[in-house]
Design a protein around this ligand. Structure first.
Ligand code: CP
Length: 324
């Protein structure tokens, strides 16, 4: 049996499980497609009928506001039918397996599964077990991967900075438990970011050997000095053992992005955060809501990126001639 690939025999994207191994050109093409779905300021969201007749199934086995809502809006704005399976109200709680659930929904003509799961490997496992015409898109896998977040982060940087090669980008906070950080590392490395830094307390630093192209900093002041982009991360209490949860006030005092600390970055530095935010823990409200914050633009860009991915995998399916 061939090893799993998220690409079809012609090398076109069929599933999106990871950004690992994706080339600069493939990423830039997805970002370019995403830009088509960004409405000018004040204009109505862009709508097409490109996915009319297609059905998207959102299966979120972890909480989500941004990713789930934006995949739903992305599908609807492309003219698709969108089904949101409430896992806690589904037959999964009666013991139905993941694959039985997927196959049940395949029988209702779901074409694209959007899956978030806390367990590593679930999205790939599903992708390996669906019909040939069906695509699987990761909406976040354990601490490992959040590919559409990585793409929307890259799109946001492109919008504000115009490129990647001359930038100093710092990813700050709970890097160890963060799927956002891992996808950011993959996409920023592929795009050739000038200097990539990971900045974290020792307990929240990924294992040695992970993210080898990033410089490591154990002080926020040193880590964000002269940066063009400061990407703050949420402290992921749900992925920590009780013993390693830092006290919130103490964490903010040592690691929070305050207005004073932001003064160490370049004067035109942008501040990013994937959300949800722990206000006054990893970031002060006056920074999160301040003039250098692009957090709300990241959310807007998330819809455009997810529209581009949906359009891409369905377009590639049409090129393959795969039908239900
Ligand atoms: N950034 C992100 O994945 O947010 P949600 O958990 O709200 O989807």
């Amino acid at each position: 049996m061939l090893p799993f690939s998220q690409y079809d025999a012609a090398g076109r994207l069929r599933h999106l499980i990871t950004l690992d191994g994706m080339s600069r050109d493939q990423i830039l093409e997805l970002l370019e497609r995403s830009r088509h779905y960004l409405a000018p300021n004040g204009a109505m969201p862009i709508r097409t009928r490109a996915l009319e007749g297609i059905t998207i199934g959102n299966i979120f086995n972890e909480p989500s506001t941004r990713t789930r809502s934006s995949f739903e809006l992305a599908g609807r704005r492309l003219g698709a039918d969108v089904l949101n399976l409430e896992i806690q109200l589904s037959s999964r709680v009666k013991g139905e397996t993941v694959i039985d659930t997927i196959q049940t929904l395949e029988s209702m003509a779901v074409d694209v599964f959007v899956i978030r799961d806390a367990e590593p490997g679930v999205t790939q496992f599903v992708a390996e077990n669906v019909y040939d015409h069906v695509s699987v898109l990761s909406a976040g896998e354990a601490h490992l991967s959040h590919p559409t977040q990585g793409l929307l982060d890259a799109l946001t940087i492109l919008q504000y900075k115009g490129g990647f090669r001359d930038l100093v980008v710092a990813v700050v906070g709970d890097v160890k438990h963060s799927r956002v950080a891992r996808s950011a590392y993959q996409v920023f490395s592929a795009l050739g970011v000038g200097e990539l830094r990971i900045v974290a307390p020792d307990a929240l630093m990924p294992n040695a050997g992970e993210m080898p192209q990033a410089a490591r900093f154990s002080s926020i002041e040193e880590g964000i000095a002269h940066c063009d982009v400061v990407m703050m991360l949420r402290v992921q209490k749900e992925r920590m053992t009780q013993a390693s949860i830092p006290d919130s006030a103490e964490y903010h005092a040592r690691w929070g992005l305050t207005k004073i600390r932001l003064g160490l970055a370049r004067p035109d530095a942008i501040v990013m955060h994937p959300g949800p935010i722990n206000r006054e823990v990893e970031i002060a409200s006056e920074v999160a809501d301040g003039p250098r914050s692009v957090i709300r633009e990241q959310v807007t860009n998330g819809v455009a990126v997810r529209m581009a991915i949906l359009e891409t995998v369905i377009g590639n399916r049409r090129l393959r001639g795969d039908h239900r």
